[in-house]
Ligand binder design. Structure first.
Ligand code: PAF
Length: 280
């Protein structure tokens, strides 16, 4: 496994090795969810590349950039064990050199949900991912369904800007009690960690209601809010039952729905989602 810092080195190795490439973009502090993306990329491409870059432009002024957890040595050993060929760990100046002034703005799908709470977040994500696509020129790029809105935004960007690659979305990995794996789970105290599976319980309750015939979007949002209200440590930011492509809140959820939520527990802001689709 080669670990490099410069764009020039990534391009050189890409040319030298040839073949098809799968890219797994990450901000490091890897968990089993990231490893599952690498494994899928390994199975579908000749070579696998990963990036580890805590992207400053996707953090708001009051967010946890400096405190974001980092463990490069552990990340590299996980990536190597999972069969990664190339890892890019650029310093900030390699990605955003002095004088940088070009950003990618995806419009409508960045406005609700995470975008409403974090207004500059998706501009930062779309910009850095566009750069990663240009630097690596992968055949496929792998993202987790955990960040459901990010996936919608990046698919829109790839379509609108004609990036010649496939975006592959991998299922959410969960702890035994249902908590979705996330680097931010590390912020939870033991008491908060015990409360955190309430997000998945709320999503499952709405899924059960949907399967039992509750197809009113507001009814589904109410089911999720009711479950969250029973956990005193949970402070919901939003609860959503939206169209999976446009992210517009649904009245009629009969044909399928993306259930999602952001909930603060202690210092952590946790997100989770469940995609319900009517059998064709
Ligand atoms: O999902 C993430 O970890 C980040 O948003 C990404 C895609 C690596 C861009 O910084």
């Amino acid at each position: 496994m080669q670990v490099v810092q410069s764009v020039a080195d990534v391009r050189r190795i890409h040319l030298e090795l040839g073949g098809s490439w799968g890219l797994v973009p990450t901000m490091g502090y890897l968990h089993a969810g990231h490893v599952s993306l690498v494994e899928r990329a390994r199975a579908e491409n000749d070579h696998v590349a990963a990036s580890i870059f805590v992207n400053p432009t996707q953090f708001g002024p009051n967010e946890d950039l400096a405190a974001y957890p980092r463990d490069l040595a552990r990340d590299l050993s996980l990536l190597e064990a999972a069969g990664t060929d190339l890892v890019w760990t650029p310093p900030v100046e390699e990605v955003y050199p002095a004088g940088f002034q070009t950003y990618v703005t995806v419009e409508e799908v960045t406005k609700p949900l995470e975008g409403a709470a974090r207004p500059t977040h998706f501009r930062g994500v779309a910009t850095v991912v566009a750069k990663l696509f240009n630097v690596f020129q992968p055949d496929r790029a792998y993202f987790g369904q955990k960040d459901a809105q990010q996936v919608v935004v990046l698919r829109q960007m790839a379509r609108d800007l004609d990036f010649p690659l496939e975006i592959v979305v991998c299922p959410i990995r969960r702890e035994a009690d249902g908590l979705a794996l996330s680097s931010r789970n590390t912020y939870l105290t033991p008491e908060q960690r015990a409360a955190a599976p309430v997000l998945f319980r709320a999503l499952c309750a709405a899924q059960e209601a949907w399967l039992a015939g509750e197809h009113d979007g507001e009814g589904l949002r109410r089911v999720m809010r009711d479950v969250l209200a029973r956990e005193p440590l949970a402070r919901p930011d939003y609860v959503s039952a939206a169209n999976p492509q446009t992210l517009v809140e649904l009245g009629d959820a009969r044909r399928g729905v993306l259930l999602s939520m952001a909930v603060r527990i202690g210092k952590a802001r946790l997100i989770d989602n469940l995609l319900l689709a009517q059998e064709a």
